[in-house]
Design a protein around this ligand. Structure first.
Ligand code: FAD
Length: 489
């Protein structure tokens, strides 16, 4: 008889797992509380404008290729990918920015122009980053996080000091330009932690940034979700939207036998949750929860965010597809996220203007913009505060890029802590999961396989390997491998 696997949530990790499990011959059904598939990677459309509501950076194209190749497919079977040249722009002051070009040779030139001799240091830094990337992506990140022994490999033993040093220390050893330092410290922000708290081994993110490049799927990140759904459906996966899982039903011997969805019982042989880990545990009877509220309180979460989706009536000047505004004190902002949760006085922010390179995002001669301010999860979120911060960043954008913008705004929509909680059942409204600091790496992250319910598994950005779209794809593979091993057909 076929085994039925019920998957909670339809984010990248759930979609990846659904494909692997259906390919292995299980009956797979995905239940998503929202009306659309894709989790945090939903799209918002308004008045001819399109916005990727969550991820906008397509990094590590090799991970996407590997995922599709496991099904004898290629990304290009589903979407057109373009390398962004330039990759992105970073502002430090009024009309003072560094643009990161699309090729490594040009990046070395940019570094050399900013600080004589820095390209030599960058080359050796990227050599170490490449080594770590290959060791991680080919091996380490696919480990299930069951035992500390997984981390003991010839590579990690050779690089042990990099686990106890930080990206910040490593970058600052040789590079002195404040601007170049900020650029080199930026990629680890994707891991959800401060560079001063992220092991130097994670410099593989710099290899992803400079050597592999920044890519853009035509019509946006949602195309990747559509691709995965199309693949999943072709493999027999069934999707139910507007289907909120209210309870995971567990027998007295610690076996999950089904889900309660909108009051109905749905029998299942195995359950996999790609919903936020903390939330999933709230769906269980108390005796079967693995982690206490205290445990979650102590964890370092990746930031939440205040986002704005804005339609402008004209094309903007002096901006790139991806533009970062690092003109204020990074450390002061980071303290408000990690040390003393509060609203930052002078926020750094990120802006995406996808219509600069992709006409499908905005009507002709108009510009679509997404703004993002990283914030401490769980802080107060009101319309008044959102409005105040919108004004702060629009005025900064006007000043830094030297143009008037307020009168060009056709509409704006905001998204913040409360929306992350309401829409995704996100713990304290975190945007992208649990930070990848040393004490929350690999076997130290919440477990993929429940220790208390024998046929319950977890996937997604709160478990291994961590936050981001590529790690979520990998997480789906790890979870499905464990299910196949533990509950063979
Ligand atoms: C604003 C933002 C920007 C980001 N930028 C980038 C980027 O540029 N590049 C990058 O690589 N990554 C980025 N990330 C991170 C990346 O988007 C995530 O790591 C990834 O999408 C997480 O996928 P997931 O599978 O863990 O879960 P999610 O996407 O969180 O999916 C979980 C799903 O479970 C559903 N769910 C919850 N509770 C229930 C329930 N009770 N019943 C049914 N369904 C339920 C939710 O509705 C949701 O759809 C960003 C994230 C955000 C929020």
């Amino acid at each position: 008889m076929e085994k039925k696997i019920s998957i909670i949530g339809s984010g990248f990790s759930s979609l990846a797992a659904s494909c692997y499990l259906a390919k292995a011959g299980y009956e797979v059904e995905v239940y998503e509380k929202n009306s659309t598939i894709g989790g945090r990677a939903r799209q918002y459309k308004r008045e001819g404008f399109t916005f990727d509501m969550g991820p906008t950076w397509y990094w590590m194209p090799d991970v996407f290729e590997k995922f599709f190749s496991d099904f004898n497919k290629k990304p290009s079977d589903y979407y057109q990918l373009h390398k962004l040249t330039p990759a992105y722009q970073v502002y430090f002051d009024v009309l003072d920015s560094i643009t990161i070009p699309g090729s490594l040779e040009e990046i070395y030139e940019v570094f050399e122009k900013e600080e004589k001799g820095s390209s030599k240091h960058l080359k050796s830094f990227l050599k170490s980053a490449e080594y770590n990337y290959k060791a991680s992506i080919n091996d380490l990140v696919y480990k299930p996080g069951i035992s500390p022994l997984e981390l003991i490999t010839p590579v990690t033993i050779g690089k042990i000091t990099q686990f106890f040093s930080t990206i910040r220390k490593q970058v600052r050893k040789k590079i002195k330009s404040k601007k170049l330092i900020q650029i080199l410290e930026f990629p680890v922000l994707f891991l959800g932690a401060k560079p001063s708290n992220t092991p130097a081994f994670y410099n593989f993110m710099n290899y992803a940034d400079f050597s592999l490049g920044t890519w853009h799927p035509e019509e946006g990140m949602y195309k990747v979700i559509e691709a995965m759904v199309s693949l999943a459906v072709s493999l027999g996966v069934q999707f139910k939207t507007n289907a909120t899982v209210e309870e995971i039903s567990v027998t007295s011997i610690g076996e999950a036998n089904g889900l309660i969805i909108d009051g109905d019982f749905v029998a299942s042989d195995v359950i996999l949750s790609g919903a936020d880990y903390h939330h999933t545990e709230t769906l269980l009877p108390k005796a079967f929860k693995q982690y206490s509220e205290k445990y979650w309180e102590k964890k370092v979460f990746a930031p939440s965010s205040l986002l704005f989706y804005v339609g402008f009536s004209k094309k903007l000047q002096n901006v790139c597809h991806h533009t970062l505004f690092f003109d204020t004190d990074f450390d002061a902002h980071a303290k408000t996220i990690y040390d003393h949760p509060s609203w930052p006085k002078e926020p750094l922010f990120y802006a995406s203007f996808p219509s600069v390179t992709d006409g499908s995002f905005a009507p002709t001669n108009k510009e679509a913009a997404t703004f993002l301010i990283p914030l401490a999860p769980g802080i107060e979120d009101t319309q008044e505060i959102r409005e105040e911060y919108f004004n702060i960043i629009i005025e900064r954008l006007e000043k830094l890029t030297q143009q008037s913008l307020k009168e060009l705004i056709i509409f704006k929509e905001s998204y913040c802590v409360n929306d992350f909680i309401d829409d995704y059942n996100s713990y304290k409204g975190n945007a992208y999961g649990l930070a990848n600091i040393l004490t929350q790496t690999a076997f130290l992250r919440p477990k993929i396989k429940s220790k208390k319910v024998k046929n319950l598994f977890f996937t997604g950005q709160l478990t291994v390997p961590g936050p981001g779209v590529p790690p979520s794809l990998i997480s789906g593979k790890i979870a499905s491998d464990l299910i196949i091993k533990n509950h063979p057909i």
